[in-house]
Write a protein that binds this ligand. Sequence first.
Ligand code: GCU
Length: 430
Amino acid sequence: MAFRTLAAPILTLTLVSVTFLGLSAAPPTNYDESKVPSYQLPDPLVLLNGDKVTDAKTWITKRRPEILELFKTQVYGTMPAPPKAMSFQVTSSDKKALGGKATRREVSIHFTADKKGPRLDLLLYLPNDADGPVPVFIGHNFRGNHTINADPKISFNKGWMRNGNGVVNNQATEATRGTSSSRWDVDAILAAGYGLVTCYYGDIDPDYDDDFQNGVHPLFLKAGQKKPGPSEWGSISAWAWGLSRGLDYLETDKDVDHKRVAVIGHSRLGKTSLWAGASDPRFALVISNNSGCGGAALSRRQFGETVKVINDRFPHWFCDNYTKYNEDLPSMPVDQHMLVALMAPRPVYIASAQEDRWADPRGEFLAGLGAHPVYRLLGKPGLPTTKWPGINQPVAGTIGYHVRSGQHDVTSYDWKQYILFADHHFGHDQ
Ligand code: GCU
């Protein structure tokens, strides 16, 4: 028996009686709630020096910066400032897209002056019937902009493409056009008065472990440096950095309301949207879809994917310092509820899927609950329940949550909740 007393009573929900830690160095994947180990979450409202945070000012000036720094140096890795040579090139703008209801705009973000270096290509769909600048959702896609809709005029990505989880330089074929459209409910987004902005994460950094020889990382190596240092950016940080560069462009687009930009991502890109929202407060709303380990799920629960497993399988995603915690989670100065807390007081939505046990749906909910006290301190409602909601029963305060029936995926059901949540917080429903 290994009960521990937790400071916040709401966190006692997570306690169970069996200690799982220490039975073996690499336990098999645990999907049994009764085998979740006893653990103690770091308190988001206690400074590293032990002082309690009891007012908003101390959160804003001391504890938030402290937590942000810990995630930068211990989890995802520090990001560089935007390159001085960065430039935006609108390569097309067509008001007759999608049967005339949207403007399709494509923009290349060049990171180097000679334009041969890595670049990020944005695809925008903006509703034509808008009265002024529109709020938008921005998120990376997994397989190229041309896969998010069957629209034959979306430029085709010829860069590295992954094949499943394999490391394959698998150039996309025309046949892949529109193949991810079920994950991007463009019709619902436009009908609700939002724009959609998406970009391909492989433009920023191809998703395999090559010691960061391609993508944007080499542009920022110091003289003599061969790869990012142990506290410098891995791929998730780079992908998040790319979303911030997308937002840099959106700030210049007169058709976009850049004060109402929601950042969204699924799975590894949900980890990315959370980190983008945490590290760049210009994102006004943050959505994590099935982000799991290293995203919204509490690491200390070790339910489904664990820190050790993710670091072993995807060594390039996080900074090297993160591996220190593979076998020693209690010493980790953060857990993922503190990542969620970094969004406060901005709205954040966490979505799980019932069959996505690998991502620990309950652990994703508990991270929202663990962030709740920070929202309350800042005078926001936070999460409206302490009880894990039933299937397809969304709850929404400043923290929103649902667990959808079905698998690891992004569906129209998910988009419907995100649109309602954004409507509420962006004042669209008033
Ligand atoms: C793997 C990985 C997850 C990740 C997912 C994805 O399953 O273990 O952490 O979220 O891939 O991005 O599709």
